[in-house]
Design a protein around this ligand. Structure first.
Ligand SMILES: Cc1cc2nc3c(=O)[nH]c(=O)nc-3n(C[C@H](O)[C@H](O)[C@H](O)COP(=O)(O)O)c2cc1C
Ligand code: SF4
Ligand code: SF4
Length: 397
């Protein structure tokens, strides 16, 4: 069996899966259930400073799922492209209760898991006060959360609205913290990787890439936002492409470890993030919708996959995809003679391909759809839309 353990900034994790800071880690009981469910660590729900304490009270209801329940086969089959909108800013705890809960979480979990506190101040004084307090707890790790997608909407300088302060916050906290720590950077920054570089220079031991976007949906019957009425966190598994982009870029430019995780939905996503350089992979929505015990399944599947490929540890696959990611200027362009070919045995003449062929290269015949190779551009759209998988691409005329 492969060794899934990972060591990050001197802290040992039994596998790369950690619970993202979110509802599942709102208290010690959730963190314990997450660790029992197979995760190696849990990032507690973020503590906001006193000036952001409004966020400790939640709107109810505060979750909205788009494109979810109407999926065929639900709830046994779950969709892969849905949106979770939520308005849940921070832990409902004040400073003392938070630190007490972290201590109790560590007592409950012991050596079975890594307990990671998450702090989010709105002033330098708040950052300082929280860092000093967390130093006195049993937390194994501290995360500086400068990523909350919508906290700044409360009118305080925090989260994604304070992204330019990340280096200053990191420097201040690095001087106070006596524990390993990561900095969580918003994907809404114009260049999150540039911020990650600055944060590394300022003393961060790891970066977390990343949080969700903020967004809103309008009900056209009422002209009102659906849900609590304000911007909320906006995300889902479809964001993994953006997550893989920033993690792969960060892995090339940083020397510190990366906690990855945006859009993780299954075990393959954890391997994907590892292949672009991540050391740990967090899950928020994936755990919320598949339950705490999904981590155990992910770990089993990762183990079986590594075994099947003959790998003995995650180190052997970390970053292996990076050399395969090309610059757009280096990709092959205008290869000769690529065109679509339809397999009449599979084609049911539905015409779906025709409406998406912008080169007018397809005609329906009695036998099925026929592609004119002289007109076909080889773009591949017909192959992507064909419900029968009747289209393939052929090289050479
Ligand atoms: C309901 C909810 C609450 C969240 N609360 C926090 C939080 O308190 N602190 C934090 O750093 N991130 C928070 N997040 C963001 C997650 O930690 C994670 O970065 C984000 O959801 C991306 O991962 P995912 O695509 O696996 O959900 C929250 C996410 C969700 C869905
Ligand atoms: S979409 Fe596929 S099945 Fe439908 S007409 Fe085109 S090739 Fe045939
Ligand atoms: S590959 Fe593109 S151009 Fe060619 S038939 Fe298909 S959709 Fe049309």
């Amino acid at each position: 069996m492969a060794d899934l353990s990972v060591e990050v900034a001197g802290v040992k994790f039994k596998n790369p899966v950690i619970l993202a800071s979110a509802t599942p880690t709102m208290d010690r009981y959730g963190m314990k259930r997450g660790i029992d469910g197979g995760a190696a660590g849990a990032i507690a729900k973020s503590l906001f400073g006193e000036s952001g304490k409004l966020g400790r009270k939640f709107p109810r209801p505060r979750f909205k799922l788009f494109d979810y329940k109407d999926y065929p086969g639900y709830p046994n089959e779950l969709p892969h492209a849905f949106t979770l909108h939520s308005l849940e800013e921070c832990s409902h705890y004040g400073y003392e209760e938070y630190m007490d809960d972290i201590n109790k979480a560590k007592d409950m979990v012991g050596d079975e898991g890594v307990i990671m506190a998450s702090l989010s101040g709105a002033t330098m004084d708040e950052w300082e006060a929280m860092c000093k307090m967390v130093n006195e707890t049993k937390a194994d790790w501290v995360e500086l959360n400068v990523s909350c997608p919508f906290a700044a909407d409360m009118g305080v300088k925090m989260g994604a609205g304070a992204v330019e302060l990340c280096p200053e916050i990191t420097k201040l906290c690095a001087g106070i913290l006596k524990k390993p720590f990561s900095v969580k950077i918003s994907p809404q920054a114009a260049d999150p990787v540039a911020i990650a570089e600055e944060v590394e220079k300022a003393g961060a031991m790891a970066v977390n890439l990343s949080a969700r976007l903020s967004g809103i949906m309008i009900d056209i019957e009422t002209a009102r936002p659906i849900g609590p009425g304000a911007m909320g966190g906006w995300g889902g598994p479809y964001l993994i492409g953006y997550g893989l982009k920033i993690v792969s870029q960060a892995a090339r430019r940083l020397n510190i470890p990366i906690i990855a995780g945006l859009g993780v939905w299954d075990w393959q996503d954890i391997i994907r993030y590892t292949m672009v350089g991540a050391s740990l992979v967090q899950s928020g929505a994936g755990i919320m919708l598949q339950g705490y015990n999904i981590s155990k399944k992910w770990v089993e599947n990762i183990n079986a996959w590594l075994d099947s490929k003959g790998y003995s540890s995650l180190d052997e696959i970390r970053g292996v995809a990076l050399p395969n990611i090309l610059k757009t200027r280096d990709i092959e362009r205008e290869p000769e003679g690529v065109h679509a070919v339809v397999d009449f045995k599979k084609c049911n003449k539905c015409g779906t391909c025709i409406r998406s062929c912008f080169y007018a290269a397809i005609k329906l015949t009695k036998a099925g759809a026929i592609v004119n190779p002289e007109v076909c551009d080889g773009c591949g759209m017909c192959m992507e839309v064909c419900p029968q998988n009747a289209v393939s691409m052929s090289k050479g005329r």
